[in-house]
Design a protein around this ligand. Structure first.
Ligand code: ADP
Ligand code: MG
Length: 615
């Protein structure tokens, strides 16, 4: 007796769904891609219960006529390709024609759609792959697909869904990706009735990134603009080396505006940072690789999250060099090799280079990016470059040795730490030394105030007070920052988290050892939250949890104060200095920081007079 039989369509669809529909976010991915392919200018995603109960995507795209609305649910039904040759250059996000069939086989789906100028819209209802109903409905031009009770008919799959928080996190991440890839489309994301993302049509990536991540994010990013159109154009933003992430979660990578998880691009990105970021630390990135359509095969993975490049190595080079160039324009790495220059000029340039080696400046705030070196310089441009090099060579010739001056008397032995009793409220700031210390006077003489530790003291007292009042002051992050715990950190995290939440953190344990930071204390810059958590987890871990509650709270408040406090090398306006001094005087201990270091040094007028031999 023969044993082989052809599977019924709905079984085949459910099997296909195993590859395409992994979780609510993968359903959202397919639906959003369809909306983009339909030419939508506005896409709204609504979810309930992490997308399990409801996942609804509406668009104002071209819509479908009734016959197409029914056909769309057939396996291998697509309007996007016709023949095998079309696979060689796919310009749409979808093409496999299996997403709707797969989704409808594992959920209850209602599709309502209308084309321009139609008398009525069509509503198609399908439950677990079985067509229930087709009727007229009301809907403006465009399509709305509501997917309810995902995996209702496949208990084994339902069990694999994670907590609502985890699924919502993945959905948010997905919407963020598509919103970044398509600044021209308006995106709205509604979670359990609450609007989480609302992004109006933006003119470019920069504006869209601003809408989604806020101004601070962009301040810390360097613009990337490189590669070449025949192989791969590379554009977007990467983080400055001081911004360190312990996972690749903040890397948003796109190939021809398709959201991909591509190892090669991730690796080339890291290579661009070689020697300036240690192993295991990752930059943040919004990186767009654009290749000619025939250079890339997107039909590698059912969920289309992986791609294959025809010239893999050339694309890798383009990404790495574009990233390096971005870092070089901001002086984080030496500029890459200068472009090839014709013979007679070559010697002059080489000579110039030996006189004026490029200084290597690490970890300074980036100056405005220098104009990018063109790939093929024209004769005029080469002449201008040489001129510039000559000028800088002249400037960098060391000045004649300065005439030795007699040594000055040091005031070191006169400058003293200040006791709290000797402080009056009559402190007047005069200015700043090295943009790090406030120079001030009081009735007894001259004061030097360390601006960072002064602010640390102010914040420490504030956090301790807030903690005892159980009053928290926090800022929600639009897109949660994620953070990977080491196994050791994971062990202490659960004890530490409730304490941190008293200070305004909102933390969520995702799958495995990943933590999402959803909100931070109001004064803490978002970019510092992750560093602070890492440090704190390490200290607490080192102390082997034996720390008393009270000490732990001090530890948190001190760490929070340190990370939120203004830094050294930061210019301060006179009002800010005034504010800092006034607030410092109101703290519990204005002369020592939470770690026990002095905050203020004083040079008494009496000692100054002595120094000048006036007394
Ligand atoms: P694919 O996107 O790979 O073609 P799908 O199963 O995702 O396959 O969709 C099947 C077809 O249904 C698409 O080719 C398209 O013609 C139509 N379709 C799906 N979603 C929409 C939408 N939001 N607006 C207009 N047409 C759509
Ligand atoms: Mg599709």
């Amino acid at each position: 007796m023969s044993k082989i039989r052809v599977l019924a369509d709905h079984v085949a669809n459910q099997i296909a769904a195993g590859e395409v529909v992994e979780r609510p976010a993968s359903v959202a991915k397919e639906l959003v891609e369809n909306s983009i392919d339909a030419g939508a200018t506005r896409i709204t995603i609504e979810i309930e219960a992490g997308g399990r109960r409801l996942l609804k995507v509406s668009d104002d795209g071209e819509g479908m006529v009734r016959d197409d609305a029914i056909l769309a649910f057939e396996r291998h039904a697509t309007s996007k390709i016709r023949v095998t040759d079309d696979l060689a250059a796919i310009g749409t996000l979808g093409f496999r024609g299996e997403a709707l069939a797969s989704i409808a086989s594992v959920a209850r789906v209602e599709l309502t759609t209308c084309i321009e100028g139609a008398n009525a819209a069509t509503r198609v209802t399908i439950d677990g792959g079985r067509m229930r109903d087709v009727k007229d409905a009301a809907h403006p031009r465009g399509t709305t697909i509501a997917v309810r009770d995902l995996f209702f008919n496949i208990p084994a799959r339902r069990k694999f869904l994670r907590s609502e928080a985890t699924e919502t996190f993945h959905l948010t991440n997905l919407v963020t990706h598509y919103a970044l890839a398509h600044p021209e489309i308006a995106f709205t994301f509604v979670n359990n009735g609450r609007e989480v993302v609302r992004a109006a049509p933006a003119k470019d990536l920069r504006e869209r990134a601003f809408q989604i991540f806020g101004a601070e994010f962009l301040d810390n990013m360097l613009e990337v603009n490189g590669g070449e159109p025949q192989v791969a154009r590379v554009s977007g933003y990467v983080s400055a080396p001081r911004d360190r992430r312990t996972s690749r979660d903040s890397q948003y990578l796109f190939v021809n505006r398709r959201f991909v998880r591509d190892r090669m691009i991730g690796r080339s990105l890291s290579e661009g940072y070689r020697s300036i970021l240690p192993h295991g630390v990752y930059p943040a990135a919004l990186l767009f690789v654009e290749t000619p359509l025939e250079e890339v095969d997107v039909n590698v993975h059912p969920a289309k999250t992986e791609v294959r490049f025809r010239r893999q190595a050339a694309v890798a080079d383009a990404v790495r060099e574009a990233v390096k160039n971005a870092l070089a324009s901001a002086n984080y790495v030496p500029p890459p090799e200068p472009p090839r220059i014709p013979e007679p000029l070559m010697t002059a340039t080489a000579a110039m280079n030996s006189v004026s080696p490029q200084p290597r400046i690490d970890f300074v705030p980036p100056p405005p990016p220098a104009p990018r070196a063109p790939l093929e310089p024209s004769g005029d441009e080469i002449a201008r470059d040489i001129e510039l090099m000559l000028q800088s060579a002249v400037k960098s010739v060391p000045p004649p040795k300065s005439v030795a001056l007699p040594p000055l008397n040091s005031a070191e032995k006169f400058a003293r730490e200040v006791t709290p009793e000797s402080l009056s409220s009559n402190i007047r700031p005069l200015g700043q030394l090295d943009e790090s210390f406030i120079i001030a006077t009081d009735d007894e003489g001259l004061l030097l105030i360390d601006q960072h530790v002064a602010h640390e003291r102010i914040l420490f007292d504030k956090y301790r007070a807030l903690e005892s009042e159980r009053r928290t002051d926090s800022q929600q992050l639009l897109v949660p920052e994620t953070f990977d715990l080491t196994p050791a950190q994971a062990a202490v995290f659960d004890d530490l988290a409730p304490e941190l939440e008293n200070y305004g953190f909102e933390l969520m344990r995702l799958s495995g050892r990943t933590v999402a930071i959803r909100a931070t204390p109001a004064d803490l810059p978002g970019s510092e939250a992750r560093n602070m958590l890492a440090e704190l987890l390490e200290t607490v871990d080192a102390e082997k949890k034996s720390t008393a509650q009270e000490t732990l709270r001090d530890e948190i408040a001190a760490s929070l104060a340190c990370h939120a406090a203004i830094k050294v090398n930061m210019p301060l306006a006179p009002e800010k200095m005034r504010w800092l001094i006034d607030r410092l005087l109101q703290t519990s201990s204005p002369t020592t920081c939470p770690h026990g270091r002095p905050v203020i040094l004083r040079l008494k007028t009496k000692d100054i007079l002595k120094g000048f031999h006036r007394i």
